[in-house]
Design a protein around this ligand. Structure first.
Ligand code: ATP
Length: 285
């Protein structure tokens, strides 16, 4: 079921075009947003999170139009948002910060608020840091606190701008479990530069380039764009390909078949690189 529709979204900042006629439909589940630096991901998420108004186009989320002030307020009540730089108050404790955000989210009953703060701290694995000041938390913990504040009040629409930045492998796993659980009943849209996150937890992936959605589909379909173009070979490939030396000492190539190349299944990253066009020939990564 489609819960969010965006049509012909345009946004400029002076001479820079951040969104250039973007169309997108998303539904319940986890959708991942991939794209190069400056592609427009943050701008898109800010528009959906009602933090920024597009210059042109229409957004409808859960039947609500954020261009209308009343509907915008109604949408905010159903929204959880982790901005790219959440700017958490450094001198608040984790629990006090969440309590403060819960007040802003109109959770007025103190007992309900306390229970909700406890719940989200537990969700992100920060219960034992409830009374620690934000400035004393590690970067990954702050990131988890940012996710926790987005979950206050049990929003239907969860918008997360690069939520996995700074997480260690164990936290990344816990985070995936949390997000995939949320995606069972809610609409989750997250941006990331981690193709592994997309493969592990997103039902759909959208690739943005130059302010437009250039791909929307299953992660597997993105990977398939590089079908028959990924190779392993003992010998170093020639030009016309992106390749690197693997830990096993052979070469993995995206592009032209090396003389002794054997086809291997493409990854999401391969499909993404293929979609975004040729990397410089003969480059290694
Ligand atoms: N407030 C702003 N003022 C001026 N230019 C902006 C502003 N916000 C975004 N831009 C520009 O709009 C374009 C899209 O930026 P955006 O942050 O949406 O990209 P992104 O895909 O999130 O990039 P990244 O992966 O680097 O976070 C960029 O060229 C950026 O410099």
């Amino acid at each position: 079921m489609t819960t969010v529709r965006m049509r012909d979204l345009r946004k400029r900042f002076g001479a820079t075009t951040a969104l250039d006629g973007l169309d997108l439909d998303i539904g319940v589940g986890v959708t991942g947003l991939l794209g190069p630096n400056g592609a427009g991901k943050t701008t898109l998420l800010r528009c959906l999170a009602t933090a920024l108004a597009p210059d042109h186009g229409r957004i409808e989320a859960y039947g609500l139009d954020p261009a209308d002030s009343r509907q915008r307020t109604a949408l905010r009540r159903r929204l959880g948002y982790l901005p790219q730089s959440p700017g958490l108050y450094p001198n608040f404790s984790a629990a006090a910060l969440l309590d403060y955000v819960a007040v802003l989210k109109e959770i007025v009953d103190p007992a309900v608020r306390r229970a909700e703060v406890r719940r989200v701290l537990e969700e992100v694995g920060l219960s034992d840091r409830a009374n620690v000041k934000v400035r004393k938390l590690s970067g990954g913990m702050r990131q988890r606190l940012g996710v926790a504040q987005a979950l206050l009040g049990g929003p239907d629409l969860i918008v997360l701008d690069e939520p996995t930045v700074g997480l260690d492998p164990e936290q990344r796993m816990l985070f995936r479990a949390l997000i995939s659980r949320l995606g069972e009943t809610r609409t989750v849209l997250l941006s990331t530069h981690q193709t592994e996150d997309v493969g592990a937890l997103c039902e759909r992936v959208v690739v943005i380039r130059g302010g437009r959605a250039v791909f929307a589909g299953a992660p597997r379909a993105l990977a398939q764009l590089a079908d028959g173009q990924v190779w392993r070979s003992a010998g170093r490939p020639g030009g016309g390909a992106v390749y690197w030396r693997t830990a096993e000492g052979d070469y993995r190539t995206l592009g032209e078949q090396p003389p002794d190349g054997v086809a291997v299944p493409p990854s999401i990253e391969d499909g993404y690189l293929k979609l975004l066009g040729p990397a410089p020939a003969g480059t290694t990564r």
